[in-house]
Design a binder for this molecule. Structure first.
Ligand code: C2E
Ligand code: CA
Ligand code: CA
Ligand code: CA
Length: 270
């Protein structure tokens, strides 16, 4: 790993003890946050192109911090990964998101981000099966978003991906285009959807990568989603390239569960 010496031990640097102590404090605070239910799940709508009809939402974790207010994942996901707390955090999000999505009308889907670390854990599909059973959400309405980092996952990763597919859960390859192992992962781990990373959404300049990814999705028979869509012009370009779905501030920002429920209800009765 980055910043580690031979054998994974961090080499001594002056000030390391102080930083280590700070880190332990942050880890402890995060553990408390998980135990005391300070984590909340926000939802960002995913819409059809070109109509803009909502078909579901992505679950995005937030930390309602007692003194610092509402924190985005940028402030704590890295700590969660390094401390191993990502497993407990991920389970919490999975359970909350499936429970919430079970209340949504029709065939609305929920996408949940799952880290490579969670996917390595033996028995992960059993955890997902339990969340589905307890919430009553049909497996087909859950999408698990994975990134290329699972390609180096090890542990039970391969079995787990197959186990999820067997449950009938959909798999999405997130941040598509940012990793090096993308193509080999598509070969070894068949997914249902690919999600173009925000950095490749056409923005005035070249749309060569967005185009190539859309063509690849078609060739593999996969659904294509573009994330981070902020302007009508981008939506038009993506529609022209053949994208099936979009997600971004143009349509809606991530919102609390109650706001999403209102939105879905209003759209259904509109
Ligand atoms: P991601 O999975 O790529 O999620 C999309 C991120 O893009 C979200 O940031 C979302 O708020 C942001 N976004 C959406 N539309 C737009 C747009 O139009 N413009 C811009 N500039 N940004 C947009 P967020 O919520 O801060 O999440 C950041 C990352 O944290 C996520 O990236 C995901 O990798 C991670 N994350 C979030 N929730 C979870 C979770 O429950 N578990 C795990 N393992 N990771 C999570
Ligand atoms: Ca995602
Ligand atoms: Ca993404
Ligand atoms: Ca991204």
């Amino acid at each position: 790993a980055k910043g580690r010496g031979e054998g994974g031990y961090e080499r001594y640097r002056p000030g390391m003890e102080a930083r280590g102590a700070e880190r332990s404090k942050r880890f402890a605070a995060l553990r408390t946050a998980i135990l005391e239910e300070q984590l909340v799940v926000f939802y960002q709508p995913v819409v059809t192109l070109p109509e803009g009809r909502t078909t579901g939402a992505e679950a995005l974790v937030r930390w309602q911090h007692p003194t610092e207010g509402l924190l985005g994942p940028g402030a704590f996901i890295e700590d969660a990964e390094q401390s191993g707390l990502i497993v407990a955090l991920g389970t919490h999000v999975l359970r909350a998101a499936t429970r919430e999505a079970a209340t949504w009308p029709g065939e609305q889907t929920v996408s949940v981000n799952v880290s490579a670390r969670q996917l390595r854990e033996p028995g992960f599909p059993l955890l997902v099966a339990a969340a589905l059973r307890d919430s009553g959400l049909p497996a087909r309405r859950l999408t698990v978003e994975i990134t290329e980092s699972v390609a180096v996952g090890g542990g039970a990763t391969g079995e787990n991906l197959q186990g999820l597919r067997d449950l009938g859960v959909r798999l999405s390859l997130d941040d598509f285009g940012t990793g090096a192992s993308t193509l080999s992962l598509l070969a070894t781990c068949p997914v249902h959807q690919i999600k173009l990373d925000r950095s490749f959404v056409p923005d005035g300049g070249s749309d060569a990568i967005a185009d190539a990814v859309a063509q690849m999705a078609r060739a593999f028979g996969l659904q294509s989603v573009a994330e981070g869509v902020e302007t009508e012009e981008q939506a038009a370009r993506l529609t022209g390239l053949g994208y099936d779905r979009a997600q971004g501030f143009l349509y809606a920002r991530p919102m609390c569960a109650a706001d999403l429920r209102d939105r879905l209800t209003n759209e259904t009765t509109a």
